[in-house]
Design a protein around this ligand. Structure first.
Ligand SMILES: [Ca+2]
Ligand SMILES: [Ca+2]
Length: 137
């Protein structure tokens, strides 16, 4: 999607700005990598436990179907399935994210603004199956 390309350009610009300030020298990975178990700036995180706590499913792009995927870890829930198995959010992206209780933006729709940290409500707890950085339904 066009918006995806724009987001990538913006992220690169920020990374270059950080490089100029020398802040990447101790920052670990040079750029965010989704689904690596570490919630980095620019990613949306779905957590195994409320809090949020435990293992995180860290997304940078939309994922239209969580089925068959597992938490990479570390943390409580490592190697457990992600689908219908997340209980908390931390949106470290600069844009709102949308979550759905079925794959392909089906079922109930919820959204979390940039910077949101909190627990899933009963409608969504252990029921989310897809997530997007745009409203998909
Ligand atoms: Ca990551
Ligand atoms: Ca998937």
């Amino acid at each position: 999607m066009q918006r995806t390309a724009l987001r990538r350009v913006a992220t690169t610009a920020i990374a270059l700005a950080a490089l100029g300030l020398g802040t990447l020298a101790t920052a670990g990975p040079a750029s965010a990598a989704e689904k690596n178990g570490y919630l980095e700036s620019g990613e949306f995180g779905l957590f195994f436990n409320t809090g949020p706590a435990g293992a995180v499913w860290d997304l940078y792009y939309q994922d239209v179907d969580f089925w068959g995927e597992k938490f990479p870890g570390p943390g409580n829930g490592t190697d457990d399935f992600v689908n219908d198995n997340t209980a908390g959010y931390n949106n470290r992206d600069s844009v709102r994210w949308w979550v759905y209780t079925d794959a392909n933006a089906g079922g109930y729709e919820g959204s979390l603004p940039a910077g949101y940290i909190g627990n899933a409500t009963a409608t969504f707890k252990n029921k989310i199956s897809s997530a997007y950085f745009y409203e998909a339904s």
